[in-house]
Design a protein around this ligand. Structure first.
Ligand code: CA
Length: 416
């Protein structure tokens, strides 16, 4: 219930953390800061935090956490200023669907994901058989949350949640997650050094916060541990499937599909305007691939970037994905990537020009032009972030242009 919204808000940024594969090998017994982490993500002295931890330990013992668990769990942990920095820098900035899909499901990720998905097909089929949530949806969530298990996060969860609990902006929420993280240690589901995750404490293959773990985690393979941390993702798949099943996922139904609308279409769009499939068809809505639209009862029409651009008819199960993460872009991203994992092609409709009048190939050309002239625009993915903005500003400054940091056709003309 609280899982969905909080989970999303806390983990949306985590997806973009540059975590690298959590390796196998021998894990240290004591949580040791990863030397690859930036300084702000390694414990720093902070007397106020230490005093908070001492008081917290008393509260935790009153709640049944043993002194030995507390000692084990807090050894090597500490105040992480980098976590607070990330918490404060969460942008509410909403990406366009085009940018969003280029970030969460670019072609190279589809290629990588198909291999990962194939390697887990047996596990996913078993989980699907039990919970009724399709393998492709589970595989897609896995891809969205941890890049198919390769970016599970490297920040010690005890340190991260205790730092945010001490800081206090959402103190009760993070204290509750810290308490649940300690319960994970106490029950032996994981050792403290295994509890690594995002800056906000989201862990494992499908990025669960400790509260969500305690409420939903499943020991699917029956090895006695609800293990979402190891290289084997099966418990994480089952946990996510169980969550979606309990939320109300309808077995045998799809999330939605890409559709087209006729010119002059005057029907409503948006998740609240529901109609039967027959009503949508009467308004001229058609499957973009020319096939049949399945009838899963009422449906809504989503056109996030306007009619004539990628549009989707979404059914009940789309809303179940939003229980996992309430962003419509996330829901479309999950559905889209799921289709790609099982061999589907890119979206049929084009996105057309963006608000600067540029299409994707032009945005990429602009980024390449900037980088070639010594203004590093980052990866030429057509998605404009801080790095591209800084490169544009640099180029504008060097050429005596007004420093806007925004792309334009004029700029493309100078760089192309
Ligand atoms: Ca297990």
């Amino acid at each position: 219930m609280t899982f969905s919204r909080r989970h999303m808000i806390l983990t949306s940024a985590a997806t973009f953390l540059a975590g690298c594969g959590a390796g196998g090998g021998t894990a240290p017994v004591v949580a040791r800061p990863d030397p690859a982490l930036e300084a702000g993500l390694r414990p720093q002295p902070n007397a106020s935090y230490d005093a908070w931890v001492a008081a917290f330990k008393t509260r935790a013992q009153a709640r049944g956490i043993s002194a030995s668990t507390l000692n084990r769990a807090f050894r090597g942990q500490g105040f992480l200023p980098g976590v607070i920095e990330r918490d404060r820098n969460q942008t509410e900035f909403k990406r366009s669907l085009e940018d969003y899909l280029n970030i969460v499901a670019p072609e190279e990720k589809v290629v990588f994901g198909r291999r990962s998905f194939a390697a887990q097909s047996r596990a996913l089929a078993q989980v699907e058989a039990r919970y009724g949530v399709p393998a492709d949806i589970l595989g897609s969530i896995w891809g969205m949350e941890s890049y198919f298990g390769t970016k599970r996060g490297k920040i010690p969860v005890i340190s991260a949640t205790s730092t945010l609990a001490w800081e206090g902006r959402r103190g009760r929420f993070f204290e509750s997650n810290l308490m649940d993280a300690l319960r994970i240690v106490q029950t032996g589901d994981a050792r403290p050094d295994q509890l690594l995750g995002s800056w906000a404490g989201a862990m494992g293959h499908t990025q669960l916060i400790p509260n969500a773990y305690q409420e939903h985690a499943v020991d699917f393979d029956g090895d006695g541990k609800r293990d979402i941390w190891s290289n084997n993702p099966i418990d994480a798949f089952a946990t996510t499937a169980r969550f979606l099943s309990k939320a109300g996922w309808r077995r045998g139904q799809i999330w939605g599909l890409e559709v087209t609308t006729p010119s002059g279409f005057d029907g409503p769009t948006g998740r609240k305007a529901k109609k039967s499939v027959a009503q949508w068809q009467a308004l001229g809505v058609r499957a973009a691939n020319g096939g049949r639209i399945p009838d899963h009862s009422s449906a809504a029409l989503l056109a996030p970037m306007g009619l004539g651009r990628p549009s989707f008819l979404v059914f009940h199960n789309f809303n179940m994905i939003l229980r996992y993460n309430p962003s419509e872009n996330y829901g479309i991203g999950v559905g889209y990537l799921a289709g790609r994992l099982i061999g589907g092609g890119p979206l049929r409709a084009g996105f057309g020009p963006d608000k600067y009048g540029l299409v994707l190939s032009e945005r990429k050309a602009l980024q390449n032009g900037l980088t070639q002239r010594g203004f590093d625009a980052g990866k030429a993915d057509g998605v404009f972030g801080k790095k591209t903005e800084a490169a544009i500003r640099g180029f504008q400054r060097a050429n005596g242009l007004a420093e806007t940091g925004e792309p334009s056709r004029q700029l493309l003309g100078m760089l192309g």
